[in-house]
Design a protein around this ligand. Structure first.
Ligand SMILES: *Cc1c(COP(=O)(O)O)cnc(C)c1O
Length: 374
């Protein structure tokens, strides 16, 4: 069976995790958290990184920093994971769903302006498949209207927009290290704070609303409760796993890129024949090979292809049921026709298996099987 995704675990990960168990700190912010944070800082070129228990946590931390209040409107794509929207709805925020640009499956930047109202507080972008949105355009709209921008870069660790690293492109960037992402800690994530004004609050919110960090740094005698926060810091044992993965950053990236390129050249003829559409990467982006997707002509063809691949022992999956047409989205008053492009492309998109330890032979077998089906 060719799985859809598979973590790449070597002796280094095992050594670091075992070593972390004999460390002085098993809870948060021990030596391995410092190492993983430093490695991530080098990759992203930003020192203001907060390791969290998940990408979901990073989005919640960002929402607390945005200070979302009941009734605030947030412009967000519907083609995303529930966490992007839960994060601000937990604080009473209201999602205003924006249709997608089918080329990237990201939010269509040209529609954002028309969704802004006096109640709009922020724009939450999603870098689908690790490809950033056109962030210069998004930031300009935000600036013009006094909005904050949170970038759900859960899938985009190691990607770039016009030469600038994903995660650093807006007020807040949110990464995930879930086991299905490029670099993993089982469950884990990180918040990148790109506006120094929020750094102190980020430290406090991450530590259950206390100034414990200042106490650890010796800046105050004892720490106490300052604001509403939560427990967002991961165990140092998990940080050890991430540190090993980030030590292998280039190796994992190169292996994924090689599989991505194999798919892209191997499926070119089928695209030229009009049988499918390959994933599109805009000129401005350097992606991290998080995902390889194709778009089929109809939903029926996609279903048949999924079955055919399954019979050949290949796991290929479609992706999000758009949030606006989910049971929760309907309860908010949305109907499926309201975002026609999201609806249409979500029904036809198919993700192919892609993981660092996948062989070129396996990728070629997937391509051959798709060719046979067509
Ligand atoms: C994976 C993912 C998340 C959630 O990350 P977790 O670490 O699983 O909480 C959020 N948004 C997007 C776009 C994701 O792909």
């Amino acid at each position: 069976m060719i799985p859809f995704s598979k973590p790449s675990i070597t002796q280094l990960e095992k050594d670091y995790v075992m070593d972390s168990l004999s460390g002085a700190v098993l809870s948060g912010d021990g030596e391995y958290t410092k190492l993983a944070t430093r490695l991530l800082s080098n990759i992203v070129g930003n020192n203001n990184i907060f390791l969290t228990n998940s990408g979901t946590d990073a989005l919640e931390m960002a929402s607390l920093l945005v200070n979302v209040k009941p009734g605030d409107e947030i412009i967000v794509p519907s083609f995303t994971f529930s966490s992007t929207v839960n994060a601000f709805m937990l604080m009473g925020g209201k999602p205003i769903f924006c249709d997608i640009n089918p080329l990237t499956m990201n939010m269509d930047e040209t529609l954002i302006d028309s969704l802004v109202t006096p109640k709009t507080k922020a724009i939450y972008t999603v870098a689908y498949a690790g490809v950033p949105c056109d962030m210069d355009t998004v930031n300009l709209i935000a600036q013009k209207n006094g909005l904050l921008v949170v970038d759900d870069a859960a899938q985009a660790v190691g990607s770039y927009y016009k030469g600038r690293p994903a995660g650093t492109l807006s007020d807040f960037g949110c990464f995930s290290f879930h086991e299905t992402k490029n670099y993993i800690m089982g469950e884990g994530g990180a918040l990148v704070v790109n506006n120094d004004k929020y750094l102190n609050a980020a430290d406090i919110i991450r530590e259950k609303g206390t100034n414990r960090k200042e106490a650890i740094q010796g800046l105050v005698d004892k720490y106490t409760w300052h604001m509403v926060g939560s427990s967002y810091l991961p165990s140092d044992i998990l940080a050890a796993l991430l540190a090993a993965q980030l030590e292998r950053f280039d190796e994992i990236m190169e292996k994924r890129q090689s599989i991505w390129k194999t798919y892209h050249s191997g499926l070119q003829v089928l695209e030229e024949q009009g049988k499918l559409t390959r994933q599109f990467i805009p000129e401005y982006a350097k992606h991290n090979a998080h995902m390889y997707f194709i778009v089929l002509p109809t939903n029926q063809v996609r279903s048949k292809l999924i079955d055919y691949l399954k019979k050949s022992n290949i796991s290929a999956y479609f992706h999000y049921v758009p949030l606006h047409s989910s049971p929760m989205g309907e309860s908010l008053g949305y109907t499926s026709e309201m975002l026609p492009k999201t609806e249409d492309y979500a029904e036809r998109l198919l993700r192919l298996p892609l993981y660092a330890d996948m062989t070129k032979e396996e990728a070629n077998f997937v391509i051959d099987t798709i060719n046979k089906f067509m």
